[in-house]
Design a protein around this ligand. Structure first.
Ligand SMILES: [Zn+2]
Length: 314
């Protein structure tokens, strides 16, 4: 079978023996995962774990209904909503890019837990942090790092089915990879693709991210499982590519005119008002500014404070 499943929470078979696990609404922390099931009795391959232990266990229980043992886990990148459930996968070996493995735990779950706890005393920033991270439980998380890393590409075999890992970072983060299942014409993009909301450029450069989208467009696939949002085809990849080129062009105009990143984002925000998580635009503008002026990188706290401001503006 093949096709686009409805955007509903849970396991969906998107091709023969290939599954997506979706978590609407795809906003902050509500990430997708995937699974490639073996033909015979080998171990399955899981693409990503989730943001906290409860959500990850719920997903593993749901996948247990369609497959047996999970032999391999691939982390698409280092953001917590794609790897903080790693400790629950038992004896599976965990594979990621070398850069991803190094970035896991920056920031650590304890930092997010503390921010949520201190949020009531943090004003506008606190309200924002409580809204985006409050739904998750960061207690009990012990970071489990990948057992095996690679650079470039790596082909894994799941009981005869080839799964190709393609490193495309730095883009969203330092070590992003795509997980391509050629025989099924499916690709899991991790957070190289967001659907329905603004992507967020933590690392950049933008040019690398555009190249990553070009890699997807060049693949012979008809099913694209994004890191956040519904299962789509290549149209959505083109839409995000247009967004990144627009971002790079329009941010540079405002950089040259001497606008601060937050004012530039305010000035640009109407263009994509139909996409969620609009506050991310200020991080994205800041990423372009950083490319143009590497000597003045914004701090993490500055970026979250500016997002909090942008999120509350009408
Ligand atoms: Zn994510």
């Amino acid at each position: 079978m093949s096709g686009r499943p409805p955007y509903e929470k849970g396991v969906h078979e998107v091709a023969d023996r290939v599954f997506a696990y979706l978590q609407p609404d795809g906003s902050w922390g509500w990430s997708n995962a995937g699974l490639v099931r073996p033909n015979g009795n080998g171990g399955a391959l899981l693409v990503d774990t989730l943001f906290d232990l409860k959500l990850t266990q719920e997903m593993l229980d749901a996948f247990a209904a369609v497959t047996g043992h999970i032999g391999t886990v691939v982390n698409t990148h280092a953001n917590g909503d794609h790897c903080w459930g790693n400790q629950l996968v038992g004896d599976a070996r965990i594979v990621a890019s070398k850069e991803c493995a190094e970035e896991i735990g920056a920031p650590p779950p304890e930092t997010l837990a503390a921010l949520v706890e201190e949020a009531p005393a943090m004003g506008v920033l606190g309200e924002f942090l409580a809204r985006i991270f409050g739904p998750f439980d960061f207690g009990g998380i012990t970071l489990r790092k990948p057992d095996e890393t690679f650079e470039g590409t790596l082909t894994l075999t799941v009981d005869g089915t080839q799964v190709e890992l393609v490193e495309v970072g730095p883009a969203h983060t330092r070590g992003d990879i795509l997980v391509h299942v050629p025989a099924s014409r499916v690709v899991f993009t991790g957070d190289i693709l967001f659907v329905g909301g603004h992507p967020i450029v933590w690392a950049g450069p933008i040019g690398n991210w555009v190249s990553a989208l070009d890699r997807i467009l060049a693949m012979d696939v008809d099913t694209v499982v994004p890191g956040h949002g519904p299962v789509v085809g290549k149209d959505a990849v083109n839409d995000e590519r247009d967004y990144l080129l627009w971002l790079e062009r329009e941010a540079k105009v405002r950089f040259d005119a001497g606008l601060a990143a937050l004012d530039a984002a305010r000035d640009m925000i109407d263009e994509y008002r139909h996409w969620g998580e609009r506050e991310r635009l200020v991080v994205n503008v800041a990423a372009v500014y950083r490319e143009l002026d590497p000597d003045r990188p914004p701090s993490f706290v500055d970026l979250f404070s500016q997002m909090a401001e942008l999120a509350r503006e009408p």
